[in-house]
Write a protein that binds this ligand. Structure first.
Ligand SMILES: [Zn+2]
Length: 115
């Protein structure tokens, strides 16, 4: 269950970005998660809640933004959304499409209590 390790890494990373603020000032952690990153959103949320339970950051919310897989046409630059591979660009018919995104796993933002 590698979501547990990822949840721990997210917590560690968030705490390292507090710039001297106490962990209790942390309100929410925003995470960008690609749909083909191999990480289960629900499982990650569950692991996160288990890890923060009964700690000084137990009220912190994990907000996960799912990032869909998308493609870009190398000819006309059109971005093509959707998880299904398309053989051709719907705009210009070119077949040179590059995968773009969908495998993100990154810290997007932290919400801290106002001072
Ligand atoms: Zn195109």
């Amino acid at each position: 269950m590698h979501e547990l390790g990822i949840a721990q890494a997210v917590i560690d990373l968030a705490q390292s970005q507090l710039n001297g603020r106490p962990p209790s000032a942390l309100r929410a952690i925003g995470l960008r998660l690609g749909e083909v990153s191999g990480v289960e959103k629900d499982s990650l949320s569950f692991c996160f809640e288990c890890l923060v339970k009964d700690t000084e950051i137990e009220r912190v919310q994990l907000k996960i933004e799912l990032c869909p897989l998308r493609y870009r046409c190398l000819d006309c630059g059109r971005e093509i959304a959707g998880g299904e591979w398309q053989a051709k660009c719907p705009s210009c018919g070119a077949t040179s499409l590059a995968g773009e995104g969908g495998d993100e796993l990154e810290l997007a933002y932290l919400e801290l209590e106002a001072t």
